[in-house]
Design a protein around this ligand. Structure first.
Ligand SMILES: [Zn+2]
Length: 436
């Protein structure tokens, strides 16, 4: 009885202490900071404004406008020589995965020789590089071991690790074998930490419940398993979509070819990743059903780097031209069909630069494929936020939004390609991470 009483008392003490602490935290206020912007990208209305002032306090944008009175002695950050944009959103990352091109079995190597602890620690280091390059939010889409992405997200949110806001998928839901070719059937459990394998509609239903339970914010599936040649069935994908939507999770599908994109769209997914080959009719169906496209293309300089590292012996210029014309054709047809384009770097290759910097090349790739600077900015801010129903909080510079603010040096409209890499200031959640 006595033991029971002591236990109850400590229990009550613990909860009252917690309640008191959370009250203190809620009451905590920070002194307002005033940011002067030379130019400012209004992502919601897709235009560049000049000479705006933002008031930031308690992690949020409190006020934004031209005629904001700055009190005497207030802290002022003068970015009037620069352009301010909302923190960028990369919708397709793999923070726990980076391979050298010459390493064919990199997924199994990561599982067998790198291990969960080292992967997570390296992921934390890569997360920092995203934030430093101005990417304040990522959707991390698998190749992340047994929910290591959830662990990294939690570590960032509690302040143990520096990185962007993360929305994570956990393991990719996939048919037999995942994306690993040549795996022996007797060793198929090796990939169980990186893929949730489904072999039936019931498996598909359970996979979503498992993912929601263990912390997934979004469901990532392999509509086709490329480079493996098999696919999920439409019924399996429909079951996944129904369950995911029931728990308010979006579904995005790896789909490299037309049939995979068509079947995933028919099954009701919310977005298609890659779509290297896609027909007019599938694009039309995507537009009708409001399915977004995330083109994960390589910029010219990364494509050349890829050829250099992989010791490509052929004609480099013609290899790039043929790659680019295919990607450009697909992107422009998608835009013409009114498909929403979201930003996603899918950068899992070691390009010998920080992963966050390499990830930003996706914006350059879109420019090279004919998107305008403002189209690219809108895609990587407002539209990517809207996809997550977060357009009041991230990807925008407006009252009430989280203070995710980036400043770049240069002319964002006339010299987008260089300016977007010229990051001089990064604030996430009201905290400054880069100030040059
Ligand atoms: Zn990917």
């Amino acid at each position: 009885m006595r033991r029971h009483l002591t236990y109850s008392l400590s229990f009550i003490f613990f909860f009252s202490l917690n309640a008191a602490l959370s009250q203190v935290q809620n009451k905590q206020t920070s002194d307002p900071v005033y940011i002067k912007a030379g130019k400012l990208y209004d992502s919601e209305n897709d235009k560049i404004l000049t000479n705006y002032i933002l008031q930031v306090a308690d992690h949020k944008i409190v006020e934004i406008g031209k005629d904001i009175a700055i009190p005497k002695n207030a802290k002022v950050i003068d970015l009037s020589a620069y352009t301010i944009i909302p923190g960028l959103i990369d919708g397709h990352t793999h923070l726990m995965s980076l391979s050298t091109i010459t390493e064919p079995g990199y997924i199994t190597n990561q599982i067998l020789f790198e291990g969960d602890a080292l992967r997570a620690l390296r992921g934390a280091n890569r997360a920092k590089s995203f934030l430093e390059s101005g990417i304040t939010t990522v959707r991390d889409l698998g190749d992340s071991g047994p929910f290591l992405d959830v662990a990294l997200k939690n570590a960032i949110n509690e302040g143990s690790v520096v990185g962007p806001r993360m929305f994570v998928s956990g393991p990719i839901i996939s048919p037999e074998g995942g994306q690993v070719t040549g795996l022996l059937k007797s060793k198929r459990d090796v990939i169980a930490s990186d893929y949730t394998i489904v072999r039936s509609v019931d498996d598909a239903i359970n996979a979503v419940r498992e993912h929601v339970t263990y912390g997934a914010d979004i469901i990532k599936i392999c509509a086709n398993n490329s480079p493996n040649s098999i696919s999920l069935t439409i019924d399996e994908m429909k079951a996944i979509v129904t369950m995911a939507h029931r728990y308010n999770r979006k579904v995005t599908a790896h789909a490299t070819n037309d049939i995979a994109a068509l079947e995933a769209t028919t099954a009701g997914v919310d977005a298609i990743e890659h779509a290297y080959q896609i027909s007019e009719s599938t694009l039309q169906l995507m537009a009708t059903k409001g399915v977004a496209l995330i083109p994960t293309d390589l910029s010219k300089s990364l494509f050349y780097k890829y050829m250099e590292i992989s010791r490509y012996a052929g004609d480099k210029a013609s290899a790039y031209e043929s790659y680019k014309s295919g990607m450009q054709d697909r992107l422009q047809r998608a835009i013409k069909a009114n498909v929403t384009i979201l930003t996603g770097s899918d950068n899992y290759i070691n390009f010998e630069m920080p992963q966050g910097e390499a990830a930003k090349h996706i914006l350059r790739a879109y420019l090279e494929e004919g998107m305008t600077p403002l189209q690219i900015l809108k895609s990587s801010t407002y539209l990517s936020a809207r996809f997550m129903n977060m357009e009041d909080k991230i990807g925008v510079l407006k009252q009430g939004a989280f203070a995710d603010i980036v400043a770049v040096k240069g002319d964002i409209e006339k010299d987008f390609s260089n300016t977007i890499f010229n990051v001089v200031f990064v604030m996430k959640n009201g905290e400054i991470y880069v100030e040059k």
